[in-house]
Design a binder for this molecule. Structure first.
Ligand code: HEM
Length: 383
């Protein structure tokens, strides 16, 4: 069964249900998901809080410094610092370079795997630019990001995936540390994110070097595969509505609406992970302390009480901005402005290259229950 079938089963069962195959409760009702995203009794610290030890320690240390796996009060102060360094204004400054990246990646492209060609490398190039990583080092970066993302999105990663992620963490930490030290030696006055994070202070608090390294990795962990997957989902949706890509080329503002409707209809983050810190009732269902709870934002986005005919992809839909594709509450996506910009810029670039996009191969989704994206997307572009 696909994810959308599962959400409808849970909805039919009352909106909150225990799913033995996930060993977790799943919540799909819009109001329940929205309320649960703001409920302090549901903790984000699913990677644990005790000291890291054993062979997985380096990976656990990185994960524990990720905002999306952290609870207040530490979450509050770290998020404030990161938000200060990574502002909507810095996103605007990235748009021109992002457009150039898309044009270069799409140049001469007529037929083939759009994920490999555009959806995978493009967000990585943007993140590398944010972190001030030169183009000739992007290949290493690409391999590390891949290895870490595979670990983060799988519920039960194989030994091979775990070891790949550990190797990547072992390589990327000294790589970023070295860059940070170089920035500090240069007087730390650059305007890339690493330099800004190093300078940023909030109420006398600054980030430790490890926190800066792990925060930089957060852009890869939270911002690469999510955007790659969204781009694939957008192109798939567009391929299913003949005439839409040509409209994107002609109507200003439509690209942004296609992005929003995809974030509602087929978002790349489907469910966010919580653990009950104390016993609570969710949608009338008793949840014991320690139970895992998946808040299905993708299920909430198809709640018929909020979205009329929710299974239909409709770019002219009113109220699309109520979708929960970026979450809500204290953990609401910190990269939403960036990924919105990237998705729109990529779609608009595609619209300049083709009037129609045709899918030519079978669809194969990545192995994940919480994230949704295509492994590859074979297409033909019609000029
Ligand atoms: C289409 C792309 C993206 C989607 C669908 C997405 C979705 C989400 C969602 C649903 C959350 C909430 C997680 C939770 O409540 O547990 C989240 C958090 C987060 N996202 Fe994104 N995201 C995307 C791209 C990005 C990008 C590009 C970045 C940064 C470069 C980013 C950085 C973050 C961070 C740092 C958090 C954690 C914030 C916190 O816990 O305070 N995301 N994202």
């Amino acid at each position: 069964m696909g994810p959308y079938g599962m959400y409808e089963e849970v909805r039919a069962a009352g909106g909150v249900a225990w799913r033995p195959e996930l060993n977790a409760f799943v919540v799909v009702g819009y109001d329940d998901v929205r309320a649960a995203l703001r409920d302090p009794r549901l903790s984000s610290a699913v990677a644990g809080t005790g000291p890291a030890s054993g062979p997985l320690a380096p990976l656990v240390e990185v994960l524990r410094d990720q905002l999306f796996l952290m609870d207040p009060p530490r979450h509050r102060s770290l998020r404030k610092l990161v938000a200060k360094a990574f502002t909507p204004r810095s996103v605007v400054a990235l748009e021109e370079g992002a457009t150039q990246s898309c044009e270069a990646l799409l140049a001469g492209f007529r037929e083939g795997d759009l994920v490999e060609r555009l959806a995978y490398p493009f967000p990585l190039q943007v993140i590398a630019r944010i972190l001030g990583i030169p183009a000739h080092e992007e290949d290493d970066f690409r391999a590390w990001s891949n290895a870490i993302a595979a670990f983060v999105v799988q519920m039960r990663p194989s030994q091979e995936v775990v070891h790949g992620a550990l190797r990547a963490v072992d390589a990327i930490r000294p790589f970023l540390r070295e860059r940070i030290r170089r920035r500090a030696d240069e007087g730390g006055d650059g305007d890339d994110l690493l330099a800004t994070l190093l300078r940023t202070r909030e109420d006398g608090e600054a980030l430790t070097e490890d926190e800066v390294v792990h925060t930089a990795m957060q852009f890869l962990i939270a911002g690469h595969e999510t955007t790659t997957n969204l781009l694939g989902n957008i192109v798939l949706a567009v391929s299913r509505q003949p005439g839409l890509l040509a409209r994107v080329r002609e109507e200003p503002g439509l690209g942004g609406r296609v992005v929003e409707e995809t974030l509602r209809h087929d978002p790349s983050v489907q469910m966010v992970d919580r653990v009950a810190a104390e016993p609570l009732a969710l949608g009338g269902v008793e949840v014991d302390a320690g139970r895992r709870v998946f808040l299905a934002v993708a299920g909430a986005n198809r709640d018929p009480v909020v979205f009329t005919d929710p299974g239909r992809f409709d770019v002219d839909r009113a109220g699309v901005d109520r979708h929960l594709g970026f979450g809500a509450g204290i953990h609401v996506c910190l990269g939403s402005a960036l990924s919105r910009m990237e998705a729109r810029v990529a779609l608009e670039a595609l619209a300049r290259h083709a009037r129609e996009v045709e899918v030519t191969g079978p669809l194969q989704y990545r192995a994940s229950t919480t994230h949704r994206g295509l492994e590859r997307l074979d297409v033909r572009l019609m000029p």
